[in-house]
Design a protein around this ligand. Structure first.
Ligand SMILES: Cc1ncc(COP(=O)(O)O)c(C=O)c1O
Length: 369
């Protein structure tokens, strides 16, 4: 046999390799007698990661996709032209944009309201098929009662689906499916990856029909998570609970510190209750009005907080929603959400809190220069 041919067919026998963790299956397809078929449909790495999410959430189905936005898109695909979608007004900027574009394109009626208020009952229609919200919200970390939304919505429209973006709480602190949500969506790019080194998205549900539809749509649209990212996120999930407990402890300490700073007008932090049993990493605060134009100076003075879109990672980060996560919104849309230039988001990583405090103190002092 020619060496060229032999090289093409050389394979190590792995049947006795017995690795202690599942190796990376960096392959696009499988042999005809395999349990798998084609990576666009599923792969041992994506399957194992889905099993991890099922355990974490205590649910029947999990589907991993390329990014958090891809997960939200997959949820939107459950709607059809002529349906009505209600979305909470406080929402991640790209999600807001996606909803507007998607609904316009596919002829879906769309209302942005405060779903926690009395407007929900009044906005429900006979064709309302989905209610989508984040809790806690981005920005301002407002809590929305999942069971209350579900109850009010179902009274008007029994077939309505409740979809919760649970990215910021994670199932470690909040389990929407147990409180009446039909589907949860996640950006796995955040706490699940935890190290700002790969992207991913997840949908979870207990409904077999929805899980099947999402899997079919994922197969035909090619939105499945790639094996390498699945492997990396699965690896990160081994330290997930340790990181979430750590994030909670660091946030508690840093919040107490911020409360004492005279340059801080208000801190936004979610209510801890029977729905959200804990919380970590991310908070928002507003500088006092005199520093409205100095948020950028504050951010640039920080040395231990990365500037940019990184968040929910082992390294701390600072961002200005006005020019970052909500940049794609018009000034009027931002004003309606209450997003001012002096609103800042801090994500605390695992640097020593004393070092973070020193860094912040210097930046607060520089505001006065
Ligand atoms: C709450 C929330 N949902 C969804 C997304 C989108 O996730 P991804 O960036 O992985 O597409 C983000 C991104 O910041 C987010 O904060």
């Amino acid at each position: 046999m020619d060496r060229t041919t032999e090289i093409l067919h050389t394979r190590v026998n792995t049947s006795q390799a017995k690795s202690n963790v599942t190796p990376l299956y960096q392959c696009s397809s499988f042999l005809s007698d395999s349990d798998y078929f084609y990576t666009r449909k599923g792969n041992p790495n994506t399957t194992e990661l889905e099993q991890v999410f099922q355990v974490l959430e205590g649910c029947r189905y999990a589907r991993v996709v390329t990014t958090g936005m891809s997960a939200i898109y997959a949820a939107l695909r459950l709607l059809k032209p002529g349906d009505h979608l209600i979305v909470d007004r406080l929402i991640y900027g790209c999600t807001y944009k996606l909803f507007k574009d998607f609904c316009q394109h596919y002829g879906i009626e769309l209302d942005f309201i405060d779903v926690a208020g009395s407007a929900l009952k009044q906005t429900m229609k006979s064709n309302t098929q989905m209610i989508f919200f984040e809790t806690p919200t981005n920005p301002f970390l407002k809590s929305i009662s999942i069971s209350k939304v579900q109850q009010i919505a179902r009274e008007s429209q029994p077939s309505v689906r409740i979809v919760v973006d649970n990215t910021w709480a994670t199932p470690f602190f909040q389990r929407p499916l147990e409180l009446g949500a039909d589907v949860c969506v996640y950006s796995a790019t955040k706490f699940y990856s935890g190290h700002s080194d790969c992207m991913g998205g997840v949908l979870t549900t207990n409904h077999e029909d929805l899980a099947e539809t999402i899997a079919q749509n994922r197969f035909y649209s090619g939105a499945i998570l790639d094996p390498h990212s699945a492997w990396l996120i699965r690896r990160s999930m081994q330290t997930f609970s340790l990181r979430m407990e750590g994030h909670q402890a660091v946030l508690r300490e840093m919040r107490e510190f911020l409360e004492k700073q005279e340059e801080v007008a208000q801190i936004f932090y979610p209510e801890i209750n029977s729905q959200l049993t804990g919380y970590g990493c991310i908070l928002f605060f507003e500088l006092t009005a005199e520093f409205e134009e100095k948020a950028e100076r504050f951010m640039k003075s920080l040395r231990l907080f990365e500037r940019g879109t990184s968040m929910a990672s082992v390294v701390s980060a600072v961002a200005q929603p006005f020019s970052g996560s909500h940049l794609s919104l018009s000034c009027q849309e931002k004003a309606e959400m209450g997003i001012r230039p002096r609103l800042l988001r801090l994500c605390f990583g695992f640097e020593k809190p004393e070092d973070l405090k020193s860094d912040l103190k210097i930046a607060f002092r520089k505001l006065h220069e």
